[in-house]
Design a protein around this ligand. Structure first.
Ligand code: ARG
Length: 582
């Protein structure tokens, strides 16, 4: 198939509009809101008629007469002021299903292939990963998978925070703890708990003036390239990255060391960027700092005058900032990585930073207009009390512990449901269900909003949850275990309404993926899979599969198989495993 369902309908209706004197008028194809409107509605006629001063109803009639949907639609109807209701032919839906079954990628078309850089996870290595990085990691991973599946070339960039004054403090403390110095504990295990290590280092820094001075000296040495301090710094990063990798592995996220390009990688570029911005007349001196003033982000003063936003690229003391590093990173991503599109999967609270960063990058020519720069923001993860997610004692929740709890809770549930399964199998199921639940709960919400983390909701076997979808898959797997003779090439025939409804939903898979990729919204895929599972359950109740016979049975088994394949592929694109039994 070379076109998705929407693309196909769009091209046909656009051609009909053009044939009726409305060249270039958008067809505006949307899924019909109600069954009596058919399956899809073409809504472009009204606007086309208006701008050409035509009667919309009359234009709709002409368009329908010119519309070639033979072999695709079984019914066309004009409704209201000029909507065109399209009902797809069962033979056409059967044919789409058949074509999808024949192919490993479910015959999803690969159009407009781009090179996409996805900046995600990107934790600060001075501390342990926390829940904010969980969201970035999960959302970024799902987007990377979908984009790749659609044929794009995806380059993951883990823009880790591995530079800055904190690292002087941490390396100083690392030396001290290894020498068994004050407050450090000479256990040689100091780095086992990064969070604790950071806390103790910070405490020393705040309480001991001599230590604080040493820490500052280490920052200077680190920046000056001192070999000993650099070696310590690298060791610290290695331990911290190793910790991240354990979380990635537990989560089933494919980020590796090769994807890490931390802030420090841009060190040499920072003075170059500032000089370049000065040469272009963008950066100017202001109170000793180097600043790009942005008229686009003016704020109103009390006296009515306006002040442009100041995007600082170099501090008074000569130091560089997060912003400078991001400018250098854009240059690298566009010029070296040759990105067509750059996605930043970062907390919504950094929205202003990215807006300003993109504006400066355009002005400086680091990213031409053809390159799309997108901040893929997300809201805060909240506890069930509606407050930012914290441990009971108010501390940050460690990801490793959170994921362990997910698996433990899932194990309890699975053991209640299926006490007879051998324990190792229950452990495997628990892992897929527990981790799947955490990921799905996050991905299924509109990422722009804050979301409430609730164990009970995410682990429920009912509703829009991972366990529900995994269970739907398992049920189909169960059908095939009992089916014995399965004809993998049997023709699909759609006679019953529930068969047709299921085939229609199956035919929408590619469009669901396209919308995820276009709008960077993983929850579109979750809603799609939930609808698919719901349609399947309806079909399964209305249309006996194993108890039917001959061609009907074979056709229904084919629908089951395509549903299972679509659920498995779709969940896989969210980074969630399916199970043959649970
Ligand atoms: N390290 C940052 C943080 O933890 C996120 C970095 C996001 N990526 C970027 N290019 N700024 O908040």
């Amino acid at each position: 198939m070379s076109q998705t369902l929407l693309q196909l309908l769009d091209s046909r209706v656009s051609a009909a509009l053009a044939a009726c004197g409305c060249e270039g008028a958008p067809a505006i194809i949307q899924p019909a809101g109600r069954p009596e409107f058919g399956d899809y509605q073409a809504n472009g006629v009204m606007a086309a008629a208006k701008s050409r001063k035509m009667n919309p109803r009359a234009l709709a009639e002409q368009v329908v007469a010119a519309l070639d949907l033979s072999g695709i639609a079984s019914k066309l109807e004009i409704a209201g002021p000029g909507f065109i209701n399209i009902t797809l032919a069962p033979e056409f839906l059967a044919q789409r299903a058949q074509a999808a079954l024949g192919q490993g990628d479910l015959a999803v078309p690969k159009a407009d292939v781009q090179r996409v850089v996805v900046d995600y996870s990107s934790p600060n290595l001075a501390k342990e990963m926390h829940v904010g990085h969980l969201r970035s990691t999960i959302i970024g991973d799902a987007l990377a998978r979908v984009l790749r599946f659609l044929g794009n070339e995806v380059i993951a960039q883990n823009h880790v925070g591995d530079w800055g004054t904190q690292f002087g403090m941490l390396t100083a403390f690392l030396i001290e703890s290894e020498q068994g110095g004050a407050g450090a504990g000479a256990d040689g295990m100091a780095l086992n708990d990064l969070e604790d290590f950071y806390r103790r280092a910070k405490q020393r820094f705040d309480e001991d003036e001599a230590f604080a001075t040493r820490a500052r000296e280490y920052v200077v040495k680190l920046q000056g390239g001192d070999a000993q301090v650099n070696a310590l710094w690298k060791r610290f990063l290695d331990v911290s990255l190793h910790h991240c990798e354990e979380v990635y592995q537990e989560l089933g996220v494919g980020l590796t060391r090769a994807d890490v390009r931390g802030e420090s990688a841009y060190n040499n570029d920072l003075p170059v960027v500032v000089r370049d911005l000065q040469a272009k007349g963008l950066a100017v001196e202001s109170q000793g700092a180097q600043v790009v003033f942005l008229d686009e982000f003016k704020t109103k003063n009390q006296d009515g005058s306006e002040t442009p936003a100041a995007y600082i690229v170099q501090k008074q003391d000569g130091g560089y900032l997060y912003a400078t590093t991001d400018l250098a990173a854009i240059r690298y991503r566009v010029a070296q990585l040759k990105a067509d599109r750059v996605l930043y999967v970062v907390d919504a609270r950094q929205g202003l930073h990215f807006n300003q960063l993109f504006t400066v990058s355009r002005k400086a020519g680091y990213a031409p207009d053809a390159v799309s720069l997108e901040h893929v923001g997300f809201g805060v993860m909240l506890g069930e009390d509606g407050k930012p997610f914290k441990t009971r004692s108010g501390g940050t929740v460690k990801l490793a512990e959170l994921l362990q709890e997910a698996t433990e809770r899932a194990f309890t549930l699975v053991s209640e449901k299926n006490p007879d399964l051998p324990e190792p199998q229950r452990r495997d199921i628990a892992r897929a269900v527990g981790i799947g639940a955490v990921k799905y709960a996050d991905l299924s919400k509109n990422r722009n909003s804050d979301y409430v983390f609730s164990w009970d909701t995410m682990l429920a076997f009912e509703g829009n949850t991972a366990p529900y979808l995994q269970y739907a898959y398992t049920r189909i797997a169960g059908v095939f275990r009992k089916a014995e003779d399965v004809d993998a090439s049997a023709p699909i025939v759609l006679d019953e309404p529930a068969e047709r409804a299921l085939a229609l939903e199956l035919a929408r898979f590619a469009d669901a993926l396209q919308s995820v990729a276009r709008e960077t919204m993983p929850h579109f895929l979750c809603s799609y899979l939930y609808n698919l599972a719901t349609q399947f359950m309806r079909f399964y109740e209305a249309c006996p599969v194993l108890k039917s016979e001959g061609a009907v049975r074979a056709s229904r088994l084919q629908l089951c198989r395509l549903t299972a394949e679509t659920l498995r592929t779709g969940l896989g694109l969210l980074g969630i495993d399916v199970l043959e039994a649970m």
